[in-house]
Design a protein around this ligand. Structure first.
Ligand SMILES: *[C@@H]1O[C@H](CO)[C@@H](O)[C@H](O)[C@H]1NC(C)=O
Ligand SMILES: *[C@@H]1O[C@H](CO)[C@@H](O)[C@H](O)[C@H]1NC(C)=O
Length: 263
């Protein structure tokens, strides 16, 4: 709430500024009108505040109400990448597939990029987006995502308040990139977490109903930790639970991939 208030104050202040920010503001308004926000992980906890864990499909997992996937926890994470396919949801609802830095043990900021998908009636729509949480997300322009497209998403932090988000069309090699700078007005990164996530994000202040996306696989997944490229090995695996406590997404990993399946 505090961060949301700061963000809207800055947005109002920003509207007094001249041209260079017009396009970004325009996108911001559009995105904001849709009310989409990708959030930090919300773990399911017991009465003592301990994260609920379990074993699914021979994998030790932690449970969350909004994230499913894998998170590396440590220090010095400055880049995260993976390739994944735009899923074809089979039930009404939405969801997002993305890679990011922070949002687990660091809650002050998240540098993230990926796609979201919505099935409404017989139509499925997609957006490619970038976000420096707690700012809301912005749609990339110049890229149109369709079912089955393979994209490569990469975030890179050049400091704790600057970096970039890139989405590449793996078929054509075409990329769209957004550079962030001076994001201390939003929040500083900690560089504590590298993650590959399927999320039930927020829309109009409430969590979307997660569409049955089938299986999402993040392949060629890697991160840069203190200058060295690392794989997924050692990550916390997160399964998503519904509010009633049943598992709705189950995930597993290999050294270079994260696979999540809607149950
Ligand atoms: C990537 O390029 C292919 C070939 O032009 C196109 O069919 C596909 O929709 C594009 N996907 C994205 C995400 O740009
Ligand atoms: C669960 O395990 C089976 C057998 O190893 C595997 O084929 C399947 O992909 C796993 N599911 C997930 C979500 O990882």
């Amino acid at each position: 709430m505090k961060f949301a208030a700061v963000a809207s104050t800055l947005l109002l202040a920003g509207s007094a500024l001249a041209a260079p920010h017009t396009a970004k503001r325009h996108e911001a308004h559009r995105r904001r009108a849709e009310g989409k926000t990708s959030k930090p992980v919300n773990y399911v906890k017991d009465e003592s505040g301990n994260i609920m864990t379990g074993v699914n499909n021979n994998t030790f997992v932690s449970y969350s109400t909004n994230w499913a996937g894998a998170v590396l926890v440590g220090t010095g994470y400055t880049s995260v990448t993976a390739e994944f396919t735009a899923p074809t949801p089979s039930t009404a609802g939405s969801g997002a597939s993305w890679v990011g830095i922070d949002g687990d043990t660091c809650g002050t900021a998240i540098l993230q990029t990926g796609i979201d998908w919505t099935k409404s009636g017989s139509s499925v729509t997609y957006d490619a987006w970038y976000e420096w949480y707690p700012d809301y997300s912005y749609d990339f322009s110049g890229i149109t995502v369709s079912a089955g497209d393979t994209i490569k998403a990469t975030v890179t932090a050049t400091s704790k308040t600057a970096g970039k988000a890139t989405v590449e069309n793996v078929t054509t090699g075409k990329t769209v990139t957004h550079s962030f700078s001076g994001e201390s007005s939003e929040g500083d990164l900690c560089e504590y977490n590298a993650e590959w996530i399927v999320e039930a994000y927020e829309e109009d202040g409430s969590q979307v109903s997660l569409a049955d996306f089938g299986t999402e696989t993040f392949s060629s997944a890697s991160a840069i930790k203190s200058g060295t490229t690392v794989g997924v090995t050692g990550a916390t695996i997160i399964d998503m639970q519904s509010s009633s406590g049943s598992t709705i997404v189950t995930c597993s990993d290999t050294s270079s991939s994260v696979k999540c399946t809607y149950v």
